[in-house]
Write a protein that binds this ligand. Sequence first.
Ligand code: AMP
Length: 459
Amino acid sequence: MTTFNDFGLHADINRALAAKDYTVPTPIQMQAIPPLMKGRDLCGIAQTGTGKTAGFSLPSIHHLLTYPHRPTPRGCRMLVLAPTRELAAQIAQSCRDYGRFTKLSVSTVFGGVPINKQIRDLSGGVDILVATPGRLLDLIDQRALRLDDVEIFVLDEADQMMDMGFIHSLRRVAKLLPSRRQNLFFSATMPKEIAHLAEQFLNDPVTVSVTPQATTVEKIRQFATFVEQKEKQALLHSVVATQDIDRALIFTRTKHGADRVVRHLAGAGIKAMAIHGNKSQSQRTHALQAFRSGDIKLLVATDIAARGIDVSGVSHVINFEIPNVPEQYVHRIGRTARAGAEGMAISFIAPDERPYMKDIERVTRSKSEPMPLPENFNELVRNLPKPVAGPRDTGSQGRDPNRQRQDARRQASGGQPRGDRGPRRDAPAGDGAEGQRKRRFRPRSKSVGAHKGAVTRVG
Ligand code: AMP
């Protein structure tokens, strides 16, 4: 059996792997590490959860250690691009872990946080830079960063980058990179337009592919319940009360939908938090930490915010709304059943979502088992606790439910909570430059009325 010691990685890396108790490489690591150590380009078709981060960072760290030199001021030796802040932070943490016995420097830059500290961090140059595309280009435009000394370039979650509209940013980055470099390209899916993008970055690549979609789906027990859209909150309460949940990720299609689920759960005294593109960076980090640490069992997320998040022990994925793109479903349910564990996915299907579910079943070549509505469902619907009112769920999470109800009444007398604008695709959540342009400027005041005068920020 191949072990990490067989790869001939630098001793400091093997020490870090031993400290993390990694002995056996995952399939993607087995396939990717040897060609990467020879300096080959790589095209990897793999999802988060397969061990791809170690697959690309271990041989890259090996290269940086084997050819040691100081990074040039405002430069970086290895550049990793990721679509979301969460994924960027996670990759950077992995690089720090794998490089903990070395002197290599690792920096992360993403939007939604002040840029000045990032400018200072980069001034002396860094060995490994993990970035989201919009903020990376902002820093380049401000002459705080240059890419002409990049030796290794990694593009992670390329399909997600395309979905989020980063294609022009990626083309710009490609032009700024030096021609002599090693390229690594990862995507969970490889439709034609992604393959075309890969061609633009890669030079005679080795292609590796792990966990084809069908096998991922096979490990997960999938259930579907047909329910009216307006009765989904009651169904969720019932599922939360009856299922043996360690950690559940609940997916909605819209940011407002995610907040509304949190408010409904809070109305019944159930702690949950939401992550999506309208949340500040610190709120998102806080929610993820609470979910990881077990402080909250329920995390409500939009597709984009949840991509790439690696939290072990997710026992349930609940599709509160069905995605209209089948691949998105595969990404969602792939958050559970990690590392051989059994996972369960439950989809709430409203009448107008049935065609989406049909598409999903066709693409995944799997069929969900029916999960009937509970017998007392009508009663549950009638007695559904009122949601906690508020501009968002912000600040109301996990507080005393009585106090939340009082707040709700107080706020209700001051103005109506914001209605939903109906399903629409999420604005990019990954990045300052591209994501924020579409967001609304919100005054600091917590009163609901203050939101009425919201103005759209331009640029
Ligand atoms: P990734 O797909 O890179 O996000 O990795 C998924 C998870 O698997 C992370 O929590 C890693 O720390 C873990 N992991 C990666 N490679 C190994 C390995 N060879 N043995 C044990 N755990 C691993």
